[in-house]
Design a protein around this ligand. Structure first.
Ligand code: NDP
Ligand code: 2IT
Length: 445
């Protein structure tokens, strides 16, 4: 690593101790933009970096709630309002036992650049709680969500900060959160996105992250004179992003052979067709079961405590969580002939794994570009809410496609190196320029 970058990272690490995921996210961006900064020293003179790595505001709060047995439980809630240079803070809420400040800062930091790439006026933020929805009843989840929103509501608003879903926060949770916001504030506005279609949600928002990731992959292949058609695809996760990435791959004529959850991986060599996908959606979204049940239902293979990355595939789409594709996984993928890795999740690939993939000239789409379709359609939901309109599926899907194309083009513009497109570099530089220039325009902010 460049010595000056090394020194800078040491400073970031000592100011933000015990936040390894945040350090990882910052280092990835800085590595990409370092040479660019050297050619554009006005950013350095204005100390843009110190401003970018410091969230504008961090909120941390107690979330007390009563479980079904009448016991009082306490969780920790957060909202990291990272950067509002180009629009209101925007980003999801994650409910997972692993949630802590460092993880939300990494996610908020990524979100700033991702939202910049969408071309929409969206600042960056992220929030959540260390609450585990697994094994909780609907009434417990509601009780938690109401308590969480009772505090959060005073900090957010349709022009201030607009949360949405992420891991553990889907349609059910957003409904409970929106209901509580409305009761307290007595206003019906687009303060959250990912809302139900009957109460202000946008068509295609549930599909948007998964669809967008596959549209991005299709753009990468198109540039090589190739396509997703007939490709064998390994997907991890089985939640929102995984489900709709799978649906889109099927529509484009590819074959998905794996899904997973935190307990293990299923391998269906015949491919997970739309009927099987219906089963997965019902299993995960309604029954809230484990992916292992798929293997019993369809006579597929099941690997306990294992990830999909040692299964032979042409394309890998990690859609579960951070650092779920590590060094040995990347080596296995390359050895098995994988030519393209698309990050549906946020930062699923560890830095040493990324290095192996880039060295092997695998097409690599970083999350902040590839999974930006979700937040982009959230932005479209905000537009529809603000003009009291709702657009057709076709209209939203077309806008999503164009946004993904545009993000791909920005990556090509800033990431082309001889015969290879470094999409990480492209995404980071393009995302940086818009936010940094806006900060410069707005003075010492
Ligand atoms: P869901 O909660 O719907 O699904 C998450 C899936 O990932 C589940 O299958 C879950 O398994 C698995 N998973 C979660 N944590 C872990 C873990 N620590 N180890 C192994 N598996 C895990 O979330 P989403 O599909 O919405 O989100 C998936 C990823 O995509 C996240 O990285 C998120 O930040 C990112 N993302 C989401 C967007 C959205 O619009 N929803 C937009 C952009 C990015 P289990 O059920 O066993 O926990
Ligand atoms: O990581 C992400 O981009 C999301 N979880 C979606 C954020 C949003 O505001 O739709």
């Amino acid at each position: 690593m460049d010595n000056s970058l090394n020194n800078y990272m040491e400073k970031v690490i000592s100011r933000n101790p015990s936040q390894p995921e945040f350090h990882q996210a910052v280092e990835e961006v800085l590595e990409s933009i370092w040479p660019f900064l050297k050619h554009n020293p006005h950013y350095i003179h204005a100390n843009i970096l110190d401003r970018l790595v410091e969230p504008e505001r961090v909120l941390m709060f107690r979330v007390p709630w009563k479980d079904d047995k009448g016991n009082i439980q306490v969780n920790r809630g957060f909202r990291v309002e990272f950067n509002s240079a180009i629009g209101p803070y925007k980003g999801g809420l994650r409910f997972h036992p692993s949630v802590n400040l460092g993880i939300l800062k990494f996610l908020g930091f990524e979100q700033v650049f991702k939202n910049s790439l969408t071309t929409l006026p969206l600042g960056g933020g992220k929030g959540g709680a260390d609450f585990d929805p697994k094994g909780k009843s609907d009434s417990e989840v509601m009780s938690f969500c109401q308590s969480f929103m009772t505090e959060l509501q005073r900090h957010i608003g349709p022009y201030t900060d607009v949360p949405a879903g992420d891991i553990g926060v889907g349609g059910r949770e957003l409904g409970f959160l929106f209901g509580q916001y409305k009761r307290i504030r007595n206003e019906f506005t687009g303060v959250l996105t990912g809302k139900g279609i009957n109460w202000g949600g946008s068509l295609i928002r549930p599909e948007a992250t998964g669809y967008g990731a596959v549209y991005f992959a299709e753009e990468m292949f198109k540039l090589k004179g190739d396509s997703i058609k007939d490709k064998t695809v390994a997907i991890s996760g089985s939640g929102n992003v995984a489900q709709y990435a799978l649906e889109k791959i099927n529509q484009l004529g590819g074959k998905v052979v794996t899904l997973s959850d935190s307990s293990g991986t299923i391998y269906d060599k015949d491919g997970i067709d739309n009927e099987k996908l219906e089963y997965v959606i019902d299993l995960k979204n309604n029954k809230r079961g484990r992916i292992k049940e798929y293997a019993d239902q369809y006579n597929a293979e099941y690997f306990e405590s294992s990830r999909p990355w040692n299964i032979k595939c042409d394309v890998a789409i990690p859609c579960a969580t951070q650092n779920e594709l590590e060094l040995q996984d990347a080596k296995n993928l390359v050895a098995n002939g994988c030519v393209c890795v698309v990050e549906g999740a946020n930062m699923p690939t560890s830095p040493d794994a990324v290095e192996v993939l880039l060295e092997s000239k695998v097409l690599f789409a970083p999350g902040k570009a590839a999974n930006a379709g979700g937040v982009a359609v959230s932005g479209l939901e905000m537009s529809q809410n603000s003009i009291f309109a709702s657009w057709s599926r076709q209209e939203v899907d077309n806008k999503l496609k164009n946004i993904m194309k545009n993000i791909h083009q920005q990556c090509v513009t800033h990431g082309t190196e001889d015969d290879y497109i470094n999409y990480i570099r492209g995404a980071n530089i393009a995302g940086f320029i818009k936010v940094a220039d806006s900060m410069l325009d707005q003075g010492v902010v």
